[in-house]
Design a protein around this ligand. Structure first.
Ligand code: SAM
Length: 282
């Protein structure tokens, strides 16, 4: 008689397989992948542990387990990610939004007591723009990216989260920001230096878009371009806020100061690493 694969048996097998492939949080990855294919939530999985899986279900699960074993990111396999407790569609056209980037959203909200116009540079999936739109009723948000494929996903995410009317999507190079002044400019630009490429996990360097990650000039190129335009593109009292790599706090702060921005600050993330640099036009 053929082996019966119950949900629990498959979950245990998959968890061990993912462990052998050095995947972080193997049990959680296995649960989320199985829950996705079986269209259950994680509680539903636990309630169904003894259910035998049929051949169609096994056939649907096997290739995804194999791809995750080859380090393809879970979020691309299930087509979604969570950011700021909101659901986002993700494909390999966009960076998977990271929890650390929520620090940038927090810092933007801390400075949004006055004003109404905000620019998100390098919007990708739209994670930052959509999250801020969900919090800032009445603000007009511009979400800019060089990649039309990324913007198409961002538009769908704005619709999914019912904030599309608040956001204007613009395809442009951040070297030439729209000729307008904003009360807040936020950006999580590419900031990985070519020399750091080999330090990245396979999930990142083999699957996420290189153009979303790599930046010239030791990773500082986009910060040069953004700070160089800050005085022209910020209203008086407006803030530029950027996410940074953990080794870039000093260099980026100096760029802010050289650009004449005031009250320059560095904010750490919850792991204690420098994560956001900000400065104000006075
Ligand atoms: C690190 S990702 C950030 C995505 C998203 N904002 C997030 O935080 O998850 C950087 C984004 O910048 C975009 N980008 C890269 N170079 C650019 C350029 N020169 N002008 C405008 N956008 C650019 C990429 O397409 C990518 O979507």
């Amino acid at each position: 008689m053929a082996d019966v694969w119950t949900l629990l048996k498959l979950l245990r097998w998959t968890t061990e397989y993912f462990s052998s492939k050095e995947i972080d949080n193997p049990r959680l990855n296995a649960e989320l992948l199985l829950a996705h294919v079986l269209e259950l939530d994680r509680v539903g999985l636990y309630l169904d542990f003894e259910r035998p899986l049929d051949n169609a279900e096994l056939d649907a699960i096997r290739p995804l387990v194999k791809r995750r074993g080859q380090r393809e990111p879970l979020q691309y396999l299930i087509g979604q990610a969570e950011f700021w407790s909101l659901p986002f569609e993700v494909t390999p056209a966009v960076l998977i939004p990271r929890g650390d980037t929520e620090i940038l959203v927090e810092e933007a909200l801390n400075r949004a007591d006055q004003g109404q116009s905000l620019l998100d540079v390098g919007t990708g999936s739209g994670a930052i723009a959509v999250s801020l739109a969900s919090e800032l009723a009445g603000w007009q948000i511009t979400a800019l990216d060089i990649s039309q494929d990324a913007l198409d996903i961002a538009i769908r995410n704005a619709e999914k989260n019912r904030v599309a009317e608040q956001i204007r999507f613009v395809q442009a190079d951040l070297a030439q920001l729209p000729q307008q002044q904003y009360d807040l400019i936020v950006s999580n630009p590419p900031y990985i230096a070519q020399a750091e490429w080999d330090e990245l996990m396979p999930e990142v360097c083999c699957f996420e878009p290189k153009a979303a990650l790599l930046a010239a000039d030791s990773g500082l190129d986009c910060y040069h371009k953004l700070t160089g335009q800050a005085q022209d593109r910020l209203t008086s009292g407006g803030w530029l806020l950027v996410e940074i790599g953990y080794r870039q706090a000093q260099a980026v702060s100096e760029l802010f100061t050289t650009a004449g921005l005031q009250d320059v600050f560095v904010r750490d993330d919850y792991a204690g690493q420098p994560r956001v640099v900000g400065g104000c036009k006075r």
